[in-house]
Design a protein around this ligand. Sequence first.
Ligand code: PLP
Length: 235
Amino acid sequence: MHDSIQKNISRNLNSIRDKIQQAACKAGRRPNDIRLVAVSKFHPVESIYAAFNDKQLIFGENRIQEAKKKFAPILSEQPDIKLHIIGPIQSNKLLDAVKIADTIETVDRLSILDPLEKAIQKTGRSPTLFIQINTGREPQKAGIFPEDADHFISLCKKRFGSSIQGVMGIPPVHEDPVPHFRKLANFSRKFGLNEISMGMSNDFETAIACGATYVRVGTGIFGTRPLNPKNNSFQ
Ligand SMILES: *Cc1c(COP(=O)(O)O)cnc(C)c1O
C-alpha cells in the first residue's frame, strides 16, 4: 500500500464521517442511522483497500463489469465487505449483479423484474433491493417516473417481498436537491420502506437533513475520478 494513498483516503474518509455526524446531530438524528457508501467506481483496488483499512465496509459501483472484476476477488477475501450496485443494469448483466451485490439500489424499470427474479432463483442469493425513482423526470437518467412509482413499488413488493427495503434517487445536477430528496422520503414513508439512498459528495448533508439513511460519496473520499476512456465523462 502506497503511504500517501492511505493517508489521503483516511483523511477524506474521516472528514466525511465527521460531517455525517454533524449533519445528523443538527437534524436531530442518530449518526448511526446514516451509513456511508464509498463509491469506488473508476478507482483502483488499492484505493478500495485503503478505505477498508480504515474500517469502511460498504462500497458502491455503477458498472457491473468493473464491479465484478474488482470486487469478486475482494469479496472472497473479505466477506464483511458489502457491495452496492448504484448504476443501471442491463438485463444480461443481472445474473452477475445478483452474484456480487449485497444491495441493488437500481431497480428502475418494469423490464428488469423478470430477469431479476430469474437471477435470484438461479443463484439462491437474494440481495436487498431499492427502487430508483427519477424524481426530476430526466430522459437520460434511469429510474421510474414519480407518476408511475406507486404502481411499480406495489408490484415490486408483491414480487420480491421484504427484499424491497428502500428507495434511491439522484436529483438533477442544476436544481435545488431538497424537493427531490423530500419526494424520495415521501415514497419511502408511504410504502413503509426504511431505507433512503440519496446525497452524494456535494449534497449529502442536505440529504441527511431530509432523511437519507444511505449517502453515496465518491469524490469526497477517493478524489477526482480518472476520465472514463469510453465516453470522456466522469460518470
Ligand atoms: C458516481 C456516483 C456517486 C458518487 O458521486 P460523487 O459526486 O463522486 O460523490 C453517487 N451515486 C451514484 C449513483 C453515482 O453514479
